[in-house]
Design a binder for this molecule. Structure first.
Ligand code: FAD
Length: 323
């Protein structure tokens, strides 16, 4: 039973989220006695070597579609053709905004079953069962699939990367006629956002700011610390809604899910809707002036104090240690 995984690339590299999904797909395909293939869509930057490198993560084949990269509908066209021509039973996505959009489009196109926000997948009785948290992550439901195609869309970075593959994957070019509506949108420009020198989904270190920063300018202290640590800046919904920081940096139920090595939360109360997006961080350090702030209940290290004093001192300490 075979699994097709979508892999997103940007500037000659696949993103971490996609590599995790390919690794997961390969592991599950092995358990089902089938194969895991990847699908990539883009232009001339999708070289043979880049595509074949997905073999390191367990893909045996990589289907390469020439179509505009970074837009959902062309990918839906390519994936629908690959699935129909090759009979893949499952399509797996690592999540992220594009993954959600492509997965939803593919579901409609193939009249398939879909599960979103999946945090784990297991092989059971010859098929796949997706685990999806519900009710603000207080319970998990198992979702199985009937019908020809099952679509599984993970939460961002839900799947671990593993380089367990045998080597280079075979690269197969897909000849696909894009639907007329798929070419109506064009990528004009990729926006650069404040604090986006490092992709927050891939960053090992995140310095997250909340309403305790007091004002938009408060984020400068987070940016300085993140810069010193080689990390990126994240935010709560409260500050995004207030216009202090871009939505792309929002962590939580209606934002991104991250799992960095270090999540430093400054002036964040720790609401459940924020927690669900960062609770899988390896180490959580919280700075809050309120000793009863809920975030201390799930922090590895809690610092009670004023972030206006602590953040600059921490930045200086990191810089002098590095220097
Ligand atoms: C349907 C729904 C979806 C939601 N989705 C999300 C989501 O995706 N992400 C998200 O983050 N939220 C989400 N929320 C909002 C969430 O419930 C909280 O309102 C939000 O996370 C609070 O943000 P905050 O921690 O920045 O602000 P607050 O809750 O106001 O906390 C600010 C904290 O800063 C501390 N503080 C103040 N001054 C200082 C200082 N000088 N030094 C140190 N600490 C200080 C305070 O003690 C306080 O704990 C959602 C809510 C709903 C209803």
């Amino acid at each position: 039973m075979s699994i097709l995984v979508y892999a997103l690339h940007y500037e000659g590299e696949f993103n971490q989220n996609s590599l995790g999904a390919v690794s997961e797909g390969a592991k599950l395909a092995k358990e089902l006695g089938g194969e895991c293939a990847a699908v990539v869509v883009g232009g001339d930057d999708l070289t043979d070597d880049l595509c074949a490198s997905l073999g390191r993560y367990g893909a045996t084949k990589v289907f390469r579609g020439k179509a505009p990269e970074g837009l959902a509908q062309p990918v839906v066209d390519v994936m629908a053709k690959v699935i129909q021509d090759n009979g893949f039973r499952y399509a797996l996505f690592g999540g992220g905004l594009l993954g959600f959009e492509i997965g939803a489009g593919l579901t409609a196109r193939l009249n398939a079953g879909v599960t979103m926000e999946v945090t784990a997948v297991r092989a059971q009785d010859g098929g796949l069962v997706a685990e999806r948290p519900i009710l603000q992550d207080s319970a998990i439901v198992d979702v199985g699939y009937v019908g020809e195609t099952g679509i599984i869309i993970g939460r961002l970075n839900a799947f671990d990367i593993s380089e367990g593959g045998d080597g280079a994957a075979e690269v197969v070019d897909v000849d696909v006629q894009l639907e007329e509506h798929s070419t109506k949108a064009v990528m004009v420009q990729r926006g650069e956002q404040r604090g986006a020198d490092v992709n927050i989904e891939d960053a090992d270190i995140l310095v997250a700011g909340g309403r305790g920063l007091g004002k938009a300018e408060g984020f400068e202290a987070c940016e300085e610390l993140a810069g010193a640590l080689g990390g990126a800046v994240a935010a709560t919904r409260a500050v995004v809604d207030a216009g202090w920081y871009p939505y792309a940096a929002q962590i939580g139920q209606t934002g991104k899910t991250v799992a960095p090595k270090l999540y430093l939360a400054a002036g964040i109360s720790g609401a459940i809707q924020h927690k669900v997006g960062m609770q899988n961080a390896e180490n959580i350090v919280a700075i809050n002036k309120d000793p009863n702030a809920p975030i201390f209940e799930f922090s590895d290290l809690g610092v009670v104090g004023d972030l206006n004093k602590i953040l600059p001192k921490l930045t200086d300490a990191v810089k002098s240690k590095k220097g």
